[in-house]
Design a protein around this ligand. Structure first.
Ligand code: NAD
Length: 494
């Protein structure tokens, strides 16, 4: 069985302390073996990144930009191939896999414009004969640690900006669907990126801890679940690194009585069940305000009946399987426990029938969910939509603001005043107004509040340039005999 290699210093390395299976979630069969990196293999990757750093940071901005222009072209040409890799290991349908590649391309496009985003500032004559300018320099070796649910887009969130800013990278992708990262490293090489600038190591906690503890790693970008994000933030910060660690989510959609209910039901179904609910921006709670619940639940249930669930390679499929058998069992356990928690199971996804041994579950809709229940509090990360009924906008807003997570949220209404008030008052990092999955375009940055992000920089876009560079401020004076004298006072501007 093919073993997926690490990519270190431009070489494909087959090294494994242990091995782990990589499954096709649609069939339940193992399709690859993954070599789990030892401490030594990770250290080798960090050393390769460190060795490539001096030359890469000296490479002109134009030459760096060339790599990203080439990469953009290659990614577009090779999208069907890369989407097929994503579908075979993640399970999402091919069109959705192509969609995540298109969103990742936005980060490559942003990186192509690095001449613009790396510009410093200059002030002339801040004191007589004295000028000041600032420059942005790379931080050094960056560790990028990514989750299973977006095996192309999330690595590109990090590595495009990090590399464009002159850093070198060690990417540790999810061990569930690691092949896409190797493919991306190959494309970067074909695009002209020198060996060692992007390295890929496969592994688990051992690999991650080695990166967090390495004195040669200067910054850590992480996306994954909240407990691990918090751990990464604390350990990397304790080791003196800059760190951004994005965590889990429970995204609420607040539906006002004046909302267009057909549009709202379409949006709720798309955002709850797309990619089998395995999106950090999936809508997992609908908050129905002021008696809108009965009609809305009926419209959502009606649309759910028409969904086609199956192998992601089948063009008819709209939703694929979950990532692992354990994930399927975990998701189904929430549906099983919902009635005991006082909720009404309107559609039970466990009743759906599937042929074969894939990790499929059906779509579930749970109404009258109590806010102290597990279905409401926990991130389920599967195709389960909870509906909570409230009387007023204020009550709905309070629910969202009281929740542990604050990644994305949305309001559905025709009232501009209420929408504006929601935008002002809601405690979440990304807000949609009649838009259910408000993932910002690549020229903005992405990030949540509360337990959805540890650190102070959002990811990709302008905030990534801040995260992946250190600023240096240079104060300059040129010889002028008339102004030169001995002065032991603290320099003041005059
Ligand atoms: P995960 O936390 O299990 O894994 C993420 C990464 O951390 C992987 O590379 C994994 O190998 C590593 N890891 C796992 N356990 C570790 C440990 N004990 N010590 C060190 N490293 C460890 O997450 P996942 O299941 O791959 O992804 C799903 C989660 O990611 C969900 O919670 C989802 O909301 C979140 N997510 C968040 C965003 C966001 O932008 N906020 C985006 C995508 C996914």
């Amino acid at each position: 069985m093919a073993r997926i290699p690490h990519v270190i210093g431009g070489e494909k390395i087959d090294a494994a302390e242990r091995t782990q299976p990589v499954f096709n979630p649609a069939t339940g069969e193992q399709q690859h073996e993954l070599g789990i990196a030892s401490v030594q293999t990770v250290e080798q990757a960090v050393a390769a990144a460190k060795a490539a750093l001096p030359k890469w940071r000296k490479t002109s901005l134009t030459k760096r930009a060339d790599v990203f222009f080439n990469l953009r072209q290659l990614l577009k040409q090779r999208t069907p191939e890369l989407a097929a890799i994503v579908t075979s290991e993640h399970g999402k349908v091919l069109s959705d896999a192509a969609g995540e590649i298109a969103r990742g391309l936005e980060n490559v496009e942003f990186a192509s414009g690095l001449l613009h985003v790396l510009k410093g500032e200059r002030d002339e004559q801040v004191s007589t004969g004295v000028d000041v300018h600032s420059i942005k320099q790379p931080v050094g070796v960056v560790a990028a640690i990514t989750p299973f649910n977006f095996p192309v887009m999330v690595p590109l969130w990090m590595i495009a900006s990090a590399i464009a800013c002159g850093n070198t990278v060690v990417l540790k992708p999810s061990e569930r669907d690691p092949s896409a990262s190797v493919f991306i490293a190959d494309l970067f090489r074909e695009a002209g990126l020198p060996d060692g600038v992007l390295n890929v190591v496969h592994g688990d906690k051992v690999a991650v801890d080695t990166l967090l503890d390495s004195p040669d790693v200067k910054a850590v970008s992480f996306v994954g679940s909240t407990p691990i994000a918090k751990y990464i933030y604390e350990r990397a910060a304790a080791n003196g690194k800059r760190v951004q660690a994005l965590g889990g989510a429970k995204n609420h959609m607040l539906v006002m009585p004046d909302a267009d209910l057909n549009m709202t039901a379409d949006a709720a179904v798309s955002a709850a069940y797309g990619s089998a609910g395995e999106r950090c921006m999936a809508v997992s709670v609908v908050v129905a305000v002021g008696g809108v619940g009965d009609e809305l639940v009926a419209k959502i249930a009606e649309r759910m009946e028409k969904l086609t669930i199956g192998d992601g390679t089948d063009p008819a499929s709209e939703m694929g399987p979950l990532i692992t058998r354990e994930a399927k069992e975990r998701v189904e356990s929430y549906v099983a426990g919902a009635a005991d928690e006082g909720a009404t199971v309107v559609v039970d996804g466990r009743e759906a029938q599937f042929e074969g041994d894939g990790f499929f579950t059906g779509v579930s809709l749970i109404d009258h969910v109590k806010t102290d229940s597990k279905v409401y509090r926990d991130e389920i990360f599967g195709p389960v939509l909870a509906v909570v009924r409230v009387d007023t906008y204020e009550e709905g807003l309070q629910l969202i603001n009281d929740h542990q997570f604050g990644n994305g949220t949305a309001i559905f209404t025709r009232d501009g005043g209420v929408a504006r008030q929601f935008e002002f008052e809601v405690e979440a990092g990304m807000v949609g107004i009649n838009v259910p999955i408000p993932v910002p375009v690549g020229s903005f940055s992405f990030g949540g509040w509360k337990d959805s992000l540890f650190g102070d920089s959002h990811i990709y876009g302008p905030e990534s340039v801040h995260f992946y560079t250190r600023s240096k401020v240079v104060t300059t004076r040129w010889p002028n005999p008339d102004q030169s004298k001995v002065d032991l006072g603290f320099p003041s501007n005059s």
